[in-house]
Design a protein around this ligand. Structure first.
Ligand code: SAM
Length: 242
């Protein structure tokens, strides 16, 4: 089963064991992957369900529901201050591969990039492709960019009912290492915030602490804004993978 190609479908495409394929999916399966009538592939709804499917013209027939066990037991939200250029594309790709659940791009006081509305569609497409590639059953949610203070309030509002840990990565200062703070007890939510090229302002760190974030270090070297989330996600997955 592992060699079969995967594609993400919208839940509405599946009706009575038939998947109606979009023109793009037909092109991708037929022209790019060179699948033919009767060939099998895996369809995933990006919300935890995957099916073995068989190509039949413009549709695919569902053969069986699959059990996919590639997800982490914890839910991880990455709040990342948008980096310059296209750096966020690679963050979405790598962090999806590492198992992130939700990515919340934020505009901090020192953020240099103000993204166009098309960027969000692009990031969502990259997340779906990376989830297919890394054989996940969930496609991470990519939220609309908001200011860091709005992001703090909405994340904290959403977390009020769940068991959660919140960390803000701060490049300078005497803070405990993230690896020594993670306490994995079972199903929970971890929120991790990483800053822009110029770092968080003192006020931003104080605001995060005021709503329950713990400042943490990722080691003694200063990492680039695009490296820090990958290191943080790797430490979390290493601590929580079962
Ligand atoms: N210009 C800042 C300075 O000189 O202090 C460094 C900012 S760093 C390039 C970008 C972001 O990555 C930081 O805001 C922080 O969130 C994260 N980061 C980088 N290195 C880190 C470290 N060693 N520990 C914790 N966070 C780090």
């Amino acid at each position: 089963m592992s060699q079969l190609q995967r594609i993400a479908i919208a839940p509405s495409q599946l009706q009575q064991q038939q998947i109606s394929l979009t023109k793009e999916q037909q092109h991708y399966l037929g022209r790019v992957l060179r699948l033919r009538e009767g060939d099998r592939f895996i369809a995933m709804d990006g919300k935890g369900k995957s099916w073995l499917a068989q190509l039949a013209g413009e549709q695919a027939q569902v053969l069986e529901l699959l059990t996919v066990e590639t997800e982490l037991i914890v839910s991880i939200t990455l709040m990342m201050a948008l980096p310059k250029g296209n750096g966020f594309d690679e963050i979405v790709r790598s962090c999806t591969e590492l198992g992130v659940t939700c990515i919340a791009p934020v505009l901090s006081d020192r953020t240099l990039l103000h993204p166009s509305p098309q960027k969000l569609e692009r990031w969502r497409r990259i997340a779906a492709e990376a989830a297919e590639q890394s054989e996940r059953s969930f496609v991470p949610t990519i939220l609309e960019p908001v200011t860091f203070s709005t992001g703090l309030s909405s994340v904290i509002g959403d977390l009020s009912l769940v068991n959660s840990q919140q960390y803000i990565c701060v490049a300078r200062g005497e803070f405990p290492h993230l690896k020594d703070c993670l306490h994995h007890k079972g199903q929970e939510t971890i929120v991790i915030a990483t800053g822009p090229e110029g770092g968080w302002t003192k006020q931003e760190v104080e605001n995060a602490i005021a709503v329950g974030f713990q400042p943490v270090s990722l080691g003694r070297r200063i990492l680039r804004a695009v490296t820090a989330p990958v290191v943080a996600l790797s430490l979390i997955t290493a601590a929580c993978e079962v």
